[in-house]
Design a protein around this ligand. Sequence first.
Ligand code: ZN
Length: 218
Amino acid sequence: MRERRENSKGVILRNRAPFDPAQPTAYIAAMGLRSILILPDQRLRLVSDPVQTLDAETKKLIDDMFETMYDAPGIGLAAIQVGVAKRIVTLDLAKKDEKPDPQVFINPELIWTSSEKAKYEEGCLSIPEYYEEVERPARVKVKYLDIDLKPREVEASGLLATCLQHEIDHTNGVLFIDHISKLKRDRVIKKFIKAAKQAGGAKPGHPHPAAKARSHVV
Ligand code: ZN
């Protein structure tokens, strides 16, 4: 997830990296930056698989997800956004002047949501430069596995509740634009399909071979 922040100078995006910004780009690249899938990439609609074991490959993936998230910059990332259909979410909600607070949620699952709702302006690293207010449950309980695959539970409100719901949605092939009006959603999808065609890279409408994509989302 990406957060838009306003200040007196206008809109700014959080830009805080865990590594020394003075380091050359080649060093950063070596750390494992991965490219982020952009709408309308159909892999974003995949339902990710649960993580069973934390092998070297998965640990590397988590490291790379943090690097990619901080570099973007974003405050949350799901593995499918870097093209890996595993139920892994990384978050860091620390404020710009606070020390980094990297958190990883493996196989996160909503086990309770409040009937009380909250609105938050959301953005997504897979839908760059688009922000829209989304209404979601204000408080949630999430169960997940930590980095040692120990079962944990967290009760969240505010930004954490929003981010967890946004990222858990990703693990189920759901995007935040699925929670806005059809008119607005169709408009943004159309815009990104057009941009992808112009760029000539992405192939909208070509489902991933392993697609367990949701054909319909709410
Ligand atoms: Zn997102």
